[in-house]
Design a protein around this ligand. Structure first.
Ligand SMILES: Cc1cc2nc3c(=O)[nH]c(=O)nc-3n(C[C@H](O)[C@H](O)[C@H](O)COP(=O)(O)OP(=O)(O)OC[C@H]3O[C@@H](n4cnc5c(N)ncnc54)[C@H](O)[C@@H]3O)c2cc1C
Ligand SMILES: *[C@@H]1O[C@H](CO)[C@@H](O)[C@H](O)[C@H]1NC(C)=O
Ligand SMILES: *[C@@H]1O[C@H](CO)[C@@H](O)[C@H](O)[C@H]1NC(C)=O
Ligand SMILES: *[C@@H]1O[C@H](CO)[C@@H](O)[C@H](O)[C@H]1NC(C)=O
Length: 493
């Protein structure tokens, strides 16, 4: 070998060695954000791997990055995108399906330490960090006699719920959570830190109101409208499933007529199968922000006796959110559709179709844990009207579409071998629900992102003009398609 050849071989070997030694993206992140990167097989990594659904918890990212500030988020985004590394973002971690807010081998940006809650001097705005769970906020606002339009269950994340829409106890007064955000601070794909308000970057502001985060940016701060609020009136009734044909017409009438008589009355209806409770049962959860006794639209629902249980009380928002707590530690899947709220028979038929599905799935589960739910929630017309403030949101709902009913299927189970079956069967059931609704002229088609299965086309359901507008806004703020290709999970435009 000539000296030149030797030198070239040496250089090539050095090159290979250098490539081998090239720091991993997690090492680079760790150097730029010392102490804010967590590696596998450490106690913190295990702690950050806590997700509501085991389908998410079992994924193992190469590292978690846990920023403290928007600047940290910006640094992380710059490094991750320059290294072409697949990543995802975790707010409260309540997405049910695999990869919704965790990732195998990529980087998970976990916002859990960004937990600012600050009330403005005039008490009209709360500045909220994206790592908060709703109960963190309620615990600080209740003693001040304030509240916000937020999630109903304690540990659900502020971020995902608000970015996808956000149904609240207070929606009857103020619309959904996304309709009450005054300002978003956002880190875009270039690592820039922008604010989006009704007047600044107003296209981005519109997109983030129900369009989700994953196509646009990582929200590092929400400024949310706050209002005076004391205890709410609430009632949770549990009834035998056999009451369905008499109870459902009352729920349906509530969505159309009851809320006209009292627009602040709020309710959801759940049909469940629970072996512990001896089979099928009905849960009706009712709320009113100012009533002291049973609000008039709920009175017909209270003529059922005996009920299995009746928890009627006045309670603060912290307590209510804890009452609604749904523990993690299982496998989870949601799927959803929306139909006109005008026909009780439709929901009676859905209940029957769902029961046939559940009976089949119980056989498949062969005694392993399976908790199936059919959740029906009104979207009254006046709430769609409240969504039109500040230029409207991205959901594409018009008051003329209302009143609507969201129909959601949820499965909670334990055996991973059931994952594919339950996900597919839920989707097939939603398709059948849609077919029946279409035959009767009751189909509406809006798919609520935060209750959707990953198999559903959420953005198409916002209507073609909105889907197109969202695509253009994503392209404007992510012109090189970095988030489009690298940010995994949730719904992509
Ligand atoms: C028990 C339970 C109760 C619920 N109750 C309600 C309810 O009352 N009303 C309602 O409307 N919905 C409710 N939901 C649905 C809920 O809105 C969604 O599950 C929502 O996605 C949860 O947000 P998260 O931050 O916890 O989830 P995550 O899984 O952390 O995030 C969801 C998505 O948002 C992205 N994301 C997270 N943080 C950010 C950020 N800062 N910037 C940009 N993108 C981000 C993630 O990457 C992911 O794609 C409930 C869900 C559960 C499981
Ligand atoms: C909220 O209600 C709970 C339960 O009744 C109570 O312990 C707590 O002190 C209340 N919080 C405030 C601020 O009133
Ligand atoms: C609903 O009611 C009908 C009529 O009483 C009954 O046959 C059916 O089993 C009930 N469904 C459930 C899920 O309990
Ligand atoms: C539930 O309890 C409330 C308050 O005690 C009562 O007014 C209502 O009639 C009860 N409802 C049912 C269905 O028993």
């Amino acid at each position: 070998m000539s000296r030149l050849d030797q030198a070239l071989v040496g250089l090539a070997l050095a090159g290979i060695a250098a490539a081998g030694l090239r720091p991993s993206v997690c090492d680079t992140l760790n150097a730029a954000l010392p102490g804010l990167v967590t590696f596998p097989n450490t106690p913190l990594y295990l702690q950050e791997s806590t997700y509501w659904s085991n389908r998410q918890a079992e994924l193992q990212p190469s590292c978690f990055v846990t920023p403290r500030t928007a600047q940290d988020v910006s640094k992380a985004v710059k490094i991750i995108t320059s290294r072409n590394t697949p990543f995802t973002v975790k707010g409260g971690g309540h997405t049910g399906y695999t990869g919704g807010s965790n990732i195998q081998d990529g980087v998970t940006i976990d916002l859990l330490y960004m937990k600012e809650v600050k009330v403005s001097k005039d008490r009209k705005t709360v500045t909220v960090g994206p790592g908060n769970r709703w109960v963190d906020i309620y615990e600080q606002l209740d003693p001040l006699g304030l509240s916000v339009v937020g999630g109903r269950a304690d540990t659900v994340g502020v971020s995902g719920l608000t970015l996808g829409g956000g149904i609240s106890y207070f929606s009857g007064s103020y619309g959904w959570a996304c309709d009450n955000v005054k300002l978003y601070e956002v880190v875009t794909a270039s690592g820039d830190i922008l604010t989006a308000t009704p007047t600044t970057n107003k296209d981005l502001y519109w997109a983030l109101r129900g369009g989700g985060g994953s196509n646009f940016g990582i929200v590092t701060r929400f400024d949310i409208r706050s209002f005076d609020q004391g205890e709410l009136w609430a009632s949770s009734l549990i009834l035998p499933g056999a009451f369905n044909t008499s109870f459902i017409p009352l729920i349906q009438d509530f969505a159309v007529n009851g809320v006209k008589r009292d627009p602040l009355a709020h309710q959801y209806f759940v049909m469940a199968y629970s072996a512990d409770f001896g089979g099928y049962l009905i849960l009706s959860d009712q709320f009113h922000p100012s009533a002291k006794t049973i609000p008039e639209p709920f009175k017909p629902l209270h003529q059922f006796a005996p009920v299995f249980s009746n928890n009627t009380r006045l309670a603060n928002v912290t307590q209510l959110s804890r009452d609604i707590h749904v523990p993690g530690g299982h496998r989870q899947n949601f799927a959803v559709t929306s139909v006109a709220a005008t026909s009780a028979q439709l929901f009676i038929d859905y209940t029957q179709m769902w029961k046939e599905l559940v009976d089949r799935m119980l056989v498949k589960a062969a005694g392993s844990h399976l908790l199936p739910l059919l959740v029906i929630q009104p979207i009254p017309t006046h709430i769609i009207e409240l969504m039109q403030v500040n230029g409207g949101n991205a959901l594409g709902l018009k008051p003329s579409d209302g009143p609507l009913m969201l129909v959601q299927l949820s499965f909670e189970w334990s055996d991973p071998a059931l994952d594919a079956t339950l996900e597919t069967e839920a989707n097939n059931m939603i398709n059948k629900f849609n077919q029946v609704a279409k035959q009767r002229g009751l189909y509406k088609g809006f798919i609520y992102m935060n209750y959707a299965s990953r198999l559903q086309d959420v953005y198409a359901s916002y209507g073609l003009p909105n889907a197109l507008k969202l695509k253009l806004i994503a392209l404007k703020y992510d012109p090189f398609g970095r988030f489009k290709s690298l940010w995994r999970g949730y719904f992509k435009l």
